[in-house]
Ligand binder design. Sequence first.
Ligand SMILES: *Cc1c(COP(=O)(O)O)cnc(C)c1O
Length: 369
Amino acid sequence: MNQELWRRSATKLKAYIPGKAIEDVKKELGLEEIIRLASNENPFGPSPKAVEAMQQAVLDSQLYPEATCSELRKKLGSLYDIDSDQIIVGNGADNVITLIGSAYINPGDEVIYCTPTFPAYRTITLLMEGTPVEIPVDENYTFDLQAILSAINDKTKLIFICNPNNPTGTIVEEDQLEAFLKQVPPHVVVVLDEAYAEFIGREGYHTGPDFVKAGYPVIFVRTFSKLYGLAGTRIGYAAGSKEHIAPIQAVREPFAANRIANAGAVAALDDEEYKNKTIQENKQEMKKLIKELQALGYDVAESHANFLFVDLKEDAVQLFEALMKEGILIRPCIAWGLGTHARITIGSAQQNEHLLQALRKVSQKLTTS
Ligand SMILES: *Cc1c(COP(=O)(O)O)cnc(C)c1O
């Protein structure tokens, strides 16, 4: 079909191609169980407290949600020691990023970020008729803050910094981030996408809330999809100064976050046991998995998230397909133009063991060398 009727900027976009649904893979390959290490989901399922709260919330499904998610914002406000009016909740971090772009980007505005990174920044920039300014990550697969500073001009509106970065798992050096923020001119807003911030394994590392409280022009974005295990219910949020959040409030749809997700998020925030377990197990399993993958001859970048960025040193799409037949899904990085890299979610101990067994069985590199 021709695209004459389309909004012109929409013709530049491609519909998201989702990973294969677990149900389809099972049916096609006749497998009982699929282990998905492709989407950075929490391997322990949702928090039991969240499940209970969501079951209760279902009973009120005929009612619209409380529009602003005030209870959740209050809880988040006390967690970060900021005013709840500085927080905005949306239908997942993805939706929040779309809202930020819709609120800030005028046609012709430039939006800077490094690649490879989360694709949502590019999508919303193109849709708003802005210009994506894409800078390669540095040799350590980290956002190149110096290069971003050099790319700022009068047209720059937003800078996205994905920290930890998806798909590389790297973080920027904390002192460098602060030095960078000091140099950003007043017509530019910095969006810190911190979907994995809770997994950062560095004591006292400063993140979005610290920078917002220090008065930097920062909006930080977080999600309940990763640490909190609520990817399926869709809920995320952004926070910044009241001035920075106001335009996002103006474009937010009235009921951006649904009643069930909201109840789940409120309960999950209080489930310290689940949170600690997730973070502890991720840390332990990461250490083990990195060692084992390196022993198999793969290059693994240092990670501060719940996934690893692995150079498999062979065609990652072929290996992905071979692993799928063994019931394991990983994410090849070919969409980012990286032919031998894959992003592999750190699973439970048992899932990771299955992954390693399957890799030993199907890897071309291992069987031919
Ligand atoms: C997963 C992810 C998101 C999206 O989270 P949702 O709340 O599920 O939409 C945003 N940014 C990054 C970097 C992510 O990896």
